[in-house]
Design a protein around this ligand. Structure first.
Ligand code: NDP
Length: 281
C-alpha cells in the first residue's frame, strides 16, 4: 500500500503558486486578489475563513475579507457582491457557506460573475463541466484529480465508484472522472447493493460523511481508495468515511484523514484564484 500524502502535495502546489503570484505581480503591478465573504457567526465557518486567508497570504495572494452580521439582508449581501464583481483587484469571490437562514445561497451565489466563481459552484461552471468543457471546478473533487495525476495513477478505462452525489463533491467528482475516461458509477443513500458496487471499483471515492463507513470487505484488492469524508469519532478524533486501518491492507493507494483531501481542497482554491487572475487580468 502506498499512502497518498495530500499535505505534502498541497505544500508543493502552494510553493508553485507562490512563483506564479510573484510573476503576476511583476507583470501587472498588483497582487492576485481573493475576496472572502463571511456572513454570520458560525464558528466552523470562522475557522475555515481564517485558514483560507492564511493560505492566501502564504501563496502571495491578497485577501479581502468582508464580514456581514448574522442579520444581514439579501440586499446587503448582493450589493457587496456587486461591488466586488466590479473591483479589478478582486479576481475571485468566495461566499463561505452555510448562510444564515434568511438568505438564499442559490440567489447569492448566482450574483457572482462566472469568471470570479473560484469555488466552481455556479450553474454555468457546473454546466460546462457536464459538457466536458473547460471550466472552474469545485475545489475538493479537483484536489482528488490533482492527487491522482501527481501520483501517476491511471484513470482512463478504470472503473471508478463515487459514494455521494452532493453538488460540491460527489456530482462534480463523477463528472471529472468521466471526463478523464473512467467508467463511473455514482452511489447514494438509495443505492441498492452498495457493497457489490464498491467491490467493482478500481478507484473508490468516498464522500458521504459517515465515519468509517467503507470497510475492508467493500474494497477490491489493489483498489485506489480516496477518502473525502471529514468526521469526528466519539472520542473527538478526526476520521474519514473509510475504515483506514483495515482498508489500507487491501488498497494499492489510500488517502489518510487528516492529511489527505482536506489540505488539497485549499490548495485547489488557491489554484483556481491564480488561474482566474491569469486568465482575466
Ligand atoms: P452531503 O451531506 O451534502 O452529501 C452526502 C452524500 O452522501 C449524499 O449524496 C447522500 O446521498 C450520500 N449518502 C449519505 N449516506 C449514505 C449511505 N449510507 N450510503 C450511500 N450514500 C450515502 O455531504 P458533502 O458531499 O458535502 O460531504 C461529504 C463528506 O465530505 C463530509 O464528510 C464532508 O465533511 C466532507 N467534505 C470534505 C471536504 C474536504 O475538504 N476534505 C470538503 C467538502 C466535504 P443522498 O443524495 O441520497 O442523500
Amino acid at each position: 500500500m502506498k499512502l497518498i500524502d495530500g499535505k505534502q502535495t498541497a505544500a508543493d502546489i502552494r510553493a508553485e503558486l507562490k512563483l506564479r503570484t510573484t510573476t503576476f505581480e511583476k507583470k501587472y503591478g498588483k497582487k492576485v486578489g481573493l475576496a472572502v465573504i463571511l456572513i454570520g457567526n458560525d464558528p466552523a465557518s470562522q475557522v475555515y475563513v481564517r485558514n483560507k486567508i492564511k493560505a492566501c497570504e502564504e501563496a502571495g495572494i491578497r485577501s479581502f475579507a468582508h464580514y456581514l452580521p448574522e442579520t444581514a439582508s439579501e440586499e446587503e449581501a448582493l450589493s457587496l457582491i456587486d461591488a466586488l464583481s466590479a473591483d479589478e483587484n478582486v479576481h475571485g469571490i468566495l461566499v463561505q457557506l452555510p448562510l444564515p437562514q434568511q438568505l438564499s445561497a442559490e440567489k447569492i451565489l448566482a450574483a457572482i460573475p462566472p469568471h470570479k466563481d473560484v469555488d466552481g459552484f455556479l450553474a454555468e461552471n457546473i454546466g460546462k463541466l457536464a459538457l466536458g468543457e473547460e471550466s472552474t471546478v469545485a475545489c475538493t473533487p479537483l484536489g482528488v484529480m490533482e492527487l491522482l495525476k501527481r501520483y501517476q495513477i491511471p484513470v482512463k478505462g478504470k472503473r471508478a465508484v463515487v459514494l455521494g452525489r452532493s453538488n460540491i463533491v460527489g456530482r462534480p467528482m463523477a463528472l471529472l472522472l468521466l471526463n478523464a475516461d473512467a467508467t463511473v458509477t455514482v452511489c447514494h443513500s438509495k443505492t441498492l447493493s452498495l457493497k457489490e458496487e464498491c467491490l467493482r471499483a478500481d478507484i473508490l471515492v468516498a464522500a458521504i460523511g459517515k465515519p468509517k463507513f467503507v470497510t475492508a470487505d467493500m474494497v477490491k484488492e489493489g483498489a485506489v481508495v480516496i477518502d473525502v469524508g471529514i468526521n469526528r469519532t466519539e472520542d473527538g478524533k478526526l476520521c474519514g468515511d473509510v475504515d483506514f486501518e483495515n482498508v489500507k491492507e487491501k488498497a494499492s493507494y489510500i488517502t489518510p484523514v487528516p492529511g489527505g483531501i482536506g489540505p488539497m481542497t485549499i490548495a485547489m482554491l488557491l489554484t483556481n484564484v491564480v488561474k482566474a487572475a491569469e486568465k482575466n487580468a
